[in-house]
Design a binder for this molecule. Structure first.
Ligand code: PXP
Length: 222
C-alpha cells in the first residue's frame, strides 16, 4: 500500500501579503479553513524575531481557533521558548535565523550548538510538544538530533530545490535519501521542506522514510 505523507502548509507569505496593506486581508483564519477543507494536515508559521510576517496575535488566534494542528517554527531564543510554552502548539520546529536573510537559508548547526540546545530543548520537550530540528541532510547533524532527544528532524531541501532547477540535483538527492534512512534507523521522524514545488516534490515525497512535508512559498504564490 502507498504510504500517506502528512502535508503542512506554511502561511508566512499570506501574512506578508496581508501586512503589505496593514489590513486584515487576506485573513489568516480564512486561509486555515481552506487548508482544512483541502485535507491539509497542519498549518506552519514562523514567528520571526523581527515579526516581518507572522505576528504574535496570529499564533495566538490560530492556536485558539484550533482548526488545524499548529506547527510553530522559531529560533532557539528565550523569548520564543516562552511563547512556545505559553501557546503549547502541536509541534515546534527549531530553525536558524539571521535578521538579514530573506528566508531560512541553511540548516541549524545542531552539532556546533549541542550544549546550548541540550539546555534549551527540555522545557519544550517535557510539555509534550512534538519538537523537530531543521537541519541539512547531514548524518552527523542527525546523530546529534537523536542525542538531543527531539522527536523529528526536518531536512532542509533548499539546496536540492536550487540544484533541481539547474538539472544537477542527483548528489543532493542522494544525501537526502541517506539522511532519511539514518533517521529511520535511529527512530527519528523524518520531515522535509523548503523550496518544494509541483515538479521537484516527487523525488522527495516518494522517499519512504519521509513522513511529513512543509511547503509554503510556492503554494501561496500559486
Ligand atoms: N520548513 C521550514 C523549516 C521553513 O523554514 C520553511 C520556510 O519558512 C519551509 C519549510 C517552507 O519553505 P518554502 O516557503 O520555500 O516552501
Amino acid at each position: 500500500m502507498k504510504k500517506k505523507i502528512r502535508l503542512g502548509i506554511n502561511i508566512d507569505h499570506v501574512a506578508t501579503l496581508r501586512n503589505a496593506r496593514n489590513e486584515d486581508f487576506p485573513n489568516l483564519i480564512d486561509i486555515v479553513k481552506i487548508l482544512k477543507k483541502s485535507k491539509v494536515d497542519s498549518v506552519t508559521v514562523h514567528l520571526r524575531e523581527d515579526r516581518r510576517h507572522i505576528k504574535d496575535k496570529d499564533v495566538i488566534e490560530i492556536k485558539k481557533k484550533n482548526i488545524l494542528p499548529l506547527n510553530l517554527e522559531m529560533a532557539a531564543t528565550k523569548e520564543m521558548k516562552e511563547i512556545c510554552i505559553r501557546q503549547k502548539p502541536f509541534a515546534c520546529c527549531i530553525v536558524p535565523e539571521r535578521r538579514e536573510e530573506l528566508t531560512t537559508e541553511g540548516g541549524l548547526d545542531a552539532k556546533g550548538q549541542k550544549n546550548f540546545l541540550g539546555n534549551f530543548l527540555p522545557a519544550i520537550l517535557k510539555r509534550g510538544i512534538r519538537t523537530s530540528l531543521f537541519i541539512d541532510p547531514d548524518v552527523q547533524q542527525i546523530k546529534t538530533a537523536k542525542e538531543l532527544g527531539v522527536n523529528a528532524v526536518e531536512l532542509h531541501t533548499g539546496k536540492y530545490a536550487r540544484l533541481f532547477k539547474e538539472g544537477r540535483f542527483e548528489g543532493e538527492l542522494r544525501k537526502i535519501l541517506l539522511a532519511a534512512k539514518v533517521c529511520s534507523d535511529l527512530g527519528l521522524e523524518c520531515h522535509a521542506g523548503h523550496g518544494l514545488n509541483f515538479l521537484n516534490v516527487t523525488n522527495i515525497s516518494s522517499i519512504p522514510e519521509i513522513s511529513e512535508l512543509n511547503i509554503g512559498h510556492f503554494l501561496v504564490a500559486n
